[in-house]
Each structure stands twice: as structure tokens, then as C-alpha cells.
Design a protein. Structure first.
Length: 407
């Protein structure tokens, strides 16, 4: 690090989070752009995946990482305040009730207290000018119900009922709150498409409350095909939009696998063939159907090989994917942007990520969430307001130019 920056960073670390102007307006897709308060809105935020779980004290790893619920809650508050100080626009977080044992700790025992805690979290973010992208984790309810994952598509199942009850309560509670930037359905679900789960290990018994029904080994009914995954997206997005006309819905997808076509054609007896670039782009465009209003991809680099026959590096593939999605006239959300080799820890200049932000600004990408913020569980990838000053400055500049409509 440049030694001349050290005094500046020390001063910056002592500064309070910026005085937040009121959060107002809803981001509405209009062609390939998001429009907020009458202007195009583009913004960079961060991921704090366990945000509500450390704020509410339900995270499975809380004791080993933070020691006490009080320290975990303080860490959540500091992550929010540091995001505000650092000029971040929003936080994406995994907003389901969690593993069965995590759900049992509060949501299952005292749902009123759970929702009061969520209200407090929203208020803490709102007070610092930070919007939220809650990932609702719609396909995780089968574990608590003791049913296969595909039960999410069966209206007669306990899984379907539990999912719809939770999503209805969450979305109804905040449908008129501009603190929500987007609703997100699930994390990287299309990566599981056409993967035969038969015989695979499921969640271990230690992630369930005492007396719960534990399924240790998956059956084929725990698999989701391409068509099933698309159906989940269509049904869940339509359900949310029937409750909340204010907020757009995105999938939370990372994108399709490099061998998506061969998986779809040969499931369950998979025979590998790498997609051609044309197949890959076509699959990317087809994977996230309407009424999803915002497209989602996750990008890591520079080591991600992608489809091997494409002959393109990670940044160029990302650029071409962004152009294809823009041509389809859908806004694009990069829900996770991170570095793999070198990782953030080994590259304090975050050179690849800053190059990605340059590309994203050139290509009109609407939203980007850095992976990952104040997350000690992934120490090689975690960021904070002092760890990567050049990257923080780059984000500030991006948001100063494009996120002013969000204030």
C-alpha cells in the first residue's frame, strides 16, 4: 500500500457514515435501463450474505465467528455503516429464514419477533441511505418440510405452502418501502439445472433442530431440470408481482453452466459436451424468462474459464454477455462481482475488479454487487472500507455519476 495513503485512510476510518438523504422512489425497468425518480439509475453495492442472521442472532456459525449475539449484531451494524461511509448504494443479502436449525431459532418459535427484527434491520439501512436486495431463497423450504426440492412446484406440498407463506409475508410487509431495490428469488439456481441429485448427500443432521425429520440422501426428485427451474422463476416472479407492483424481480442467477446444452439433452444420464459460444449466449438469454424484470449474472475473474471453446477471457465474455442482454432490452444486475485468482486478499489494488467496473460503465450495466463485504467466513474475498482504497474510490466515482437518482 502507498504509505502516503495511510494517514488519509486513518482519518477516513474515523469519519461518521454520510448523512443519509431520504430514500425515495422505486427502480422501474424501462427497456435495458432502470429508471428511478425520472432518471436512469445505475449503482454499485455489496453483498453481506448473512446480514439479517447476524443482526437477529440466528446464524449457525455465529458463536465460532463472533462469540456472542451482541458482537454479531454490532458487526452487522458496522457493515451497514461502513457501506454508507464507503459510498455503496445497496446491500444484497440472503433473506430466507436459513437452515432448519436457524429458522427454528427465531422465525419458527416467535415469528412476530423475527419480523420486528427485520423491521429494525431495514430501519438501520434506511437511516444510512442504504437500499436492500433481499434474496428470498424460495427453494430452500423443502428441507424444513422434509420433502424433495422439486416439491416447490407442487401446490399440495408443505414446501409450496411454507414458501408462499414466507414470501407473502415478507413482500407484503415491504411492498411500499423504497428501501427495497429489487426482490431476488434464489441464489444461483440455474447452476443446479439438470444435475442429477440421486444419491447425493443432503444437509447433515446438525443443521436441523432436535426432533426434525432429516433426509440425509437425495433422490432424483431433489433434482431440478432446466424446464422446472424456468417454471419456478415464472411462478415465483408472478406471485411476487401480484402482491407488489412497485418493485422489479430478479432471479439471483449466476448464469448457465458451460455445458448446459448437453445436460439438458442427456439428463439424467449426463454426457458432457462443452457448449459452443453461440449455444452459451442463447442459453443465457433463454434461462431467465418473463415476468422476471431484471436479468442476473454473477461474474468472477480473471481465472474463470467459461466455455472452453469460446477463446475469450472472463472480462471479454462478461462484456459480450452484457451486450447480448442489453440487446434483449432487459436491465442487468451483476449480483456477485469478485476476484478468484488473485483473490482480493492477495490483490489490494483489486485490478481485475476495477477493470470490470470500467467495462460495466462502458456497457451500461445497471447494478453491481461486490462479493463480499465484512464476511469473515470468506477471508480471501472479503472487503471493507479500508482494505482496497483504489476499488472504493472507483465505486464512489461510479455511484457519484450514476446513482444520484437514488438519493
Amino acid at each position: 500500500m502507498n504509505r502516503g495513503l495511510i494517514p488519509i485512510l486513518a482519518i477516513a476510518a474515523c469519519l461518521p457514515a454520510r448523512a443519509a438523504e431520504p430514500i425515495r422512489g422505486f427502480a422501474v425497468p424501462r427497456g435495458p435501463d432502470l429508471i428511478l425518480n425520472g432518471r436512469e439509475y445505475r449503482a454499485v453495492g455489496v453483498n453481506v450474505p448473512h446480514l439479517h442472521q447476524i443482526f437477529l442472532g440466528t446464524w449457525f456459525h455465529l458463536e465460532s465467528i463472533y462469540g456472542t449475539p451482541e458482537k454479531a449484531r454490532a458487526a452487522a451494524v458496522e457493515a451497514i455503516e461502513d457501506a454508507s461511509r464507503s459510498g455503496m448504494a445497496f446491500i444484497r443479502f440472503f433473506a430466507g429464514p436459513g437452515y432448519p436449525i436457524e429458522a427454528h431459532r427465531l422465525h419458527g418459535r416467535d415469528p412476530a419477533a423475527y419480523w420486528r427484527g427485520m423491521d429494525d434491520l431495514f430501519a438501520a439501512c434506511r437511516g444510512k441511505g442504504i437500499r436492500l436486495v433481499p434474496c428470498l431463497n424460495v427453494t430452500t423450504f423443502h428441507a424444513m418440510a422434509g420433502e424433495p426440492r422439486s416439491a416447490i412446484l407442487d401446490p399440495a406440498s408443505k414446501t409450496w405452502e411454507a414458501c408462499h407463506r414466507y414470501v407473502r409475508e415478507f413482500v407484503s410487509r415491504y411492498k411500499d418501502d423504497p428501501t427495497v431495490l429489487l426482490w431476488e428469488l434464489e441464489n444461483e439456481l440455474m447452476l443446479a439445472a439438470d444435475v442429477d441429485m440421486k444419491g447425493s448427500s443432503l444437509l447433515p443432521g446438525g443443521l436441523y433442530p432436535e426432533g426434525a425429520k432429516v433426509r440425509e440422501t437425495a433422490t432424483r426428485e431433489d433434482s431440478l431440470t432446466w424446464e422446472m427451474t424456468q417454471k419456478i422463476y415464472r411462478e415465483q416472479a408472478a406471485f411476487i408481482r401480484s402482491i407488489d407492483p412497485n418493485h422489479a424481480v430478479t432471479s439471483g442467477d449466476a448464469g448457465v453452466r458451460p455445458e448446459a446444452t448437453s445436460r439438458r439433452e442427456t439428463f439424467p444420464d449426463f454426457r458432457y459436451r462443452d457448449d459452443t459460444w453461440r449455444e452459451h449466449v442463447a442459453n443465457e438469454l433463454a434461462a431467465q424468462p418473463e415476468p422476471l424484470g431484471v436479468y442476473s449474472l454473477h461474474h468472477y475473474g480473471p481465472a474463470d474459464p467459461g466455455p472452453k471453446g469460446a477463446g475469450l477471457d472472463a472480462l471479454e465474455r462478461a462484456r459480450l454477455a452484457a451486450r447480448a442482454i442489453r440487446a434483449a432490452r432487459v436491465p442487468l444486475f451483476i449480483g456477485e462481482l469478485g476476484q478468484d485468482t488473485p483473490t482480493f486478499r492477495s490483490d489490494p489494488d483489486a485490478r481485475w475488479t476495477r477493470a470490470y467496473l470500467d467495462m460495466a460503465e462502458e456497457e451500461g450495466i445497471s447494478l453491481i454487487a461486490l462479493w463480499v463485504w465484512h464476511f469473515p467466513w470468506q477471508s480471501e474475498l472479503t472487503l471493507d472500507g479500508r482494505s482496497h482504497p483504489a476499488l472504493i474510490d472507483r465505486v464512489r466515482a461510479f455511484n457519484a455519476r450514476h446513482a444520484g437518482a437514488g438519493r
